[in-house]
Design a protein around this ligand. Structure first.
Ligand code: ADE
Length: 232
């Protein structure tokens, strides 16, 4: 079964963008996942085909209309679509490596990339949208967030990463940050490679990496240390 991604956006020209190159792009070309991109504006009716309107109650910005977005979703994802529907939003639940893993194990995802001040609240409940954020900052639209979600998910699909071990040991897989890496040249601008890494002693190398990973995690992300042991 191929992982099927559908993205609803007002800027379809932004896709596949970075998802069309490197690992994700190669996997896309190989048919390991599919990407359907739909223009929300195609669902707009009326003389002006407007997709947004002023917020009820007043205030700044514009709001994506419930009727237009619902029609766009219905055209792209039937009521019995088994795929989860995500609405990218800075007020959503945080996207995590665990969420990427869960998504990758399923049939795919329908992602709505919002623009404007937000979307009409009624469509979120009516179409069972899960609001998801990629971090505590505000992007000008959900497209880059959708790309981040798909990139993190697609690399976990079977056969996409050449080296399964490297997918496993990376940052967050074990609830901590990754250890530092080195390669040739032996001396770079007068700085050598830590001796233990060239010692050939695999147990010592593993211990050094564990200690370095812990040191970095404690310094940069102490919140990850408090999370406790990795979940299976
Ligand atoms: N849209 C705007 N900002 C966002 C964020 N941080 N995460 C997801 N979608 C967004």
């Amino acid at each position: 079964m191929t992982f099927a991604a559908t993205v609803l956006t007002l800027f379809p020209g932004m896709f596949p963008g970075p998802l069309g190159v490197s690992l994700a792009g190669k996997a896309l070309a190989e048919g390991r996942w599919s990407l359907a991109v739909r223009d929300i504006r195609d669902a707009a009716t009326g003389r002006h085909r407007s997709v947004d309107d002023t917020p009820a109650g007043g205030g700044p910005g514009m709001v994506l209309r419930a009727d237009v977005l619902a029609a766009a979703i219905d055209a792209a994802s039937p009521a019995d679509d088994p795929r989860p529907r995500w609405l990218m939003s800075p007020r959503g639940v945080p996207f995590t490596q665990a969420a990427a893993r869960e998504l990758a194990a399923g049939p795919g995802v329908v992602i709505i990339a919002g623009r404007f001040e937000g979307v009409d609240e009624r469509v979120i409940a009516a179409r069972n949208l899960r609001e998801v954020s990629i971090g505590d900052y505000v992007l000008s639209g959900g497209e880059i967030a959708a790309m981040a979600v798909l990139d993190a998910t697609v690399r976990l699909l079977p056969g996409v990463m050449g080296n399964a071990e490297s997918a496993e040991s990376e940052s967050f897989a074990e609830d901590g940050l990754e250890y530092p890496h080195y390669t040739r040249p032996q001396i770079f601008e007068g700085v050598g490679i830590p001796e233990v890494l060239t010692s050939g002693d695999h147990a010592k190398v593993a211990a050094w990496r564990r200690a370095e990973a812990e040191r970095l995690t404690a310094a940069r992300r102490p919140d990850l240390l408090r999370r406790g042991p990795a979940k299976p």
